[in-house]
Write a protein that binds this ligand. Structure first.
Ligand SMILES: Nc1ncnc2c1ncn2[C@@H]1O[C@H](COP(=O)(O)OP(=O)(O)OP(=O)(O)O)[C@@H](O)[C@H]1O
Ligand SMILES: [Mg+2]
Length: 397
C-alpha cells in the first residue's frame, strides 16, 4: 500500500477510542483520535485521512452533524458509523447521508476491519474511475459503467446462488437412487449370473458405471455447497458463532481426521502445536473448515514426502502453517489461487478434480477473523500455506 493510511477515530467513550486505536495501529494504520465532532471537523480540514470511524451519539455535535460536515469537505471519504445497540433506524439514516456502513457497539474488531478495508477499497476504486475520465462527462460515463459492472456482478452472484439452490434437491435424489440401485444389483448378482462369466463381467460394468455416477454426483453436490457457501460469505450473509476457543483443539480435531488419508498415500504427517497457546475469538466450525481445506489440498497435490502442520504464537499473533513436499505452485499463480474458479482455463495437463473454490472460501473466513492467509511455493519443491490470526480479537467495552 506504500504510505501508511491515516484513520480518524471519533468517539466520546475513552475505552472505545483506546481499543480502536490500538487495533488499527496493529493492523498497519496510523490513527488520530478525538472525543468530539467539532474537533474532528477541524482536524479533517488540516490533515489527509483515508477513512473515519465515527460514533453516532456524542454530546455537542453528534455523529450525523459531523458526518454531514466531513462529507461536505470530502464527498469521497469512507465513513463507518459506530452505533449503540437499538439505533438501527438512525444508523440507516446515516447510510442515506453517505456513510459507508455501520457497526454496532460493542464494536467487534474483525467486523470493523473487514468493513474498513472494503470501504477504503471502494473509495479508491471510485477515485480511480473518476480520475480516468478527462472531462466531467467522461468520468460520469465511467462511473455509470462501474456501477453497472457492480450491479451485474451482484446479479451474477444471486443467479449462481439460486441455481445452486435448485440443484440441491434433484442431486440428492440422483445420489440416493444410484446408491439404492447399486445395493440392489449387488444382491441380485448371484441370482442373475448363475456362474456365467460373460454376464458377471457385464454386471461388473454396470456396477462400475453406477459408482462413477455416484462419485460424480457427489462432486457436483460438493460444488453446489461450495458455491452457496461462497456467495453467502461474500454477501455477508453467513452465520457466525463467535466464541473464545483453543486453536489446539480445532487443529487436533481436523488433523486426526486426515491421518488415514496421508497414511493411505504413504506420506509422512507431523503435527506440531506449541504449548500454552492463548485463546482466540473465532468460529470453531469455520476454522475447522479452513484447516480441512488446506489439508485436503496438501493431500491432493502431494505424492511423495510428507505434510507438516504447525501452530505457534509470535508476538500478538497465532501462526498456523501447513507445509507439503508436493508439486508446488507457479509464482504467477500465487495470487490467482485465492480468486474464485481460479483453475478454470488453467494450463494444467491433468484434469483438476476440484473447482477452485476452496482457497477463496478460506481467504474470506480468515478475513472475517481479522487474519490473513498467504502462500510460499515453488514448482517441484512444495508449498507452505500460512494463516496469521490476531489474538484477543473481540473487545469487551
Ligand atoms: N498444497 C498445494 N500444492 C499444490 N497446489 C495447490 C495446493 N493447494 C492449492 N493448490 C492449487 O491451487 C488451486 C486452487 O485450490 P482450491 O482449494 O481453491 O481449489 P481445488 O482444491 O482445486 O478445488 P476445491 O474447490 O474442491 O477445493 C488448486 O487447484 C491447485 O492448483
Ligand atoms: Mg481445495
Amino acid at each position: 500500500m506504500g504510505e501508511m493510511m491515516n484513520v480518524l477515530v471519533v468517539d466520546d467513550d475513552e475505552m472505545v477510542r483506546y481499543v480502536l486505536t490500538e487495533k488499527l495501529i496493529e493492523s498497519g494504520f496510523s490513527v488520530t483520535a478525538t472525543n468530539n465532532g467539532r474537533s474532528a471537523v477541524d482536524l479533517f480540514r488540516d490533515t489527509a485521512f483515508g477513512a473515519v470511524l465515527l460514533d453516532l451519539k456524542m454530546p455537542g455535535m453528534d455523529g450525523i452533524e459531523t458526518l454531514k460536515e466531513l462529507r461536505k469537505q470530502d464527498p469521497d471519504i469512507p465513513v463507518i458509523m459506530v452505533t449503540a445497540f437499538g439505533d438501527i433506524a438512525t444508523a440507516v439514516e446515516t447510510i442515506k447521508l453517505g456513510a459507508y456502513d455501520f457497526v454496532e457497539k460493542p464494536p467487534q474488531i474483525s467486523r470493523i476491519m473487514v468493513t474498513l478495508r472494503r470501504a477504503i477499497e471502494k473509495a479508491t476504486l471510485e477515485r480511480t474511475v473518476r480520475s480516468l475520465g478527462k472531462s466531467a462527462e467522461e468520468s460520469a460515463a465511467l462511473k455509470k459503467a462501474y456501477e453497472k459492472l457492480k450491479e451485474l456482478d451482484q446479479v451474477k452472484a444471486t443467479f449462481l446462488s439460486s441455481i445452486s439452490h435448485e440443484l440441491r434437491t434433484p442431486l440428492t435424489s440422483i445420489i440416493g437412487y444410484a446408491e439404492i440401485s447399486r445395493k440392489k444389483l449387488m444382491k441380485l448378482i448371484p441370482a442373475i449370473t448363475d456362474g456365467d462369466h460373460k454376464i458377471t463381467k457385464e454386471i461388473q460394468q454396470v456396477k462400475n458405471n453406477l459408482e462413477v455416477l455416484i462419485s460424480e454426483s457427489e462432486r457436483l453436490a460438493g460444488l453446489v455447497e461450495s458455491i452457496l457457501d461462497l456467495t453467502a460469505l461474500e454477501a455477508g450473509k453467513a452465520e457466525w458463532r463467535w466464541e473464545p476457543l483453543s486453536l489446539r483443539e480445532v487443529v487436533e480435531f481436523a488433523t486426526t481426521e486426515f491421518v488415514p488419508t496421508f497414511r493411505g498415500k504413504g506420506l509422512e504427517f507431523a503435527v506440531e502445536i506449541e504449548d500454552d497457546l492463548p485463546f482466540i475469538t473465532g468460529d470453531r466450525y469455520r476454522l475447522f473448515q479452513v484447516i480441512k481445506q488446506l489439508l485436503s489440498n496438501a493431500a491432493a497435490f502431494t505424492d511423495q514426502g510428507g505434510v507438516t502442520c504447525s501452530v505457534k504464537k509470535v508476538e500478538n499473533e497465532i501462526i498456523f502453517s501447513i507445509s507439503d513436499t508436493g508439486k508446488g505452485i507457479l509464482a504467477s499463480r500465487h495470487r490467482a489461487i485465492f480468486e474464485k474458479f481460479s483453475q478454470i482455463g488453467d494450463e494444467l495437463t491433468d484434469k483438476p478434480k476440484g473447482v477452485g473454490l476452496g482457497l477463496p472460501i478460506c481467504r474470506l473466513i480468515v478475513g472475517y477473523h481479522g487474519g490473513r492467509i498467504t502462500v510460499e511455493s515453488e514448482p517441484g519443491k512444495g508449498s507452505v500455506f500460512t494463516i496469521v490470526l490476531p489474538i484477543g480479537e473481540s473487545m469487551e467495552v
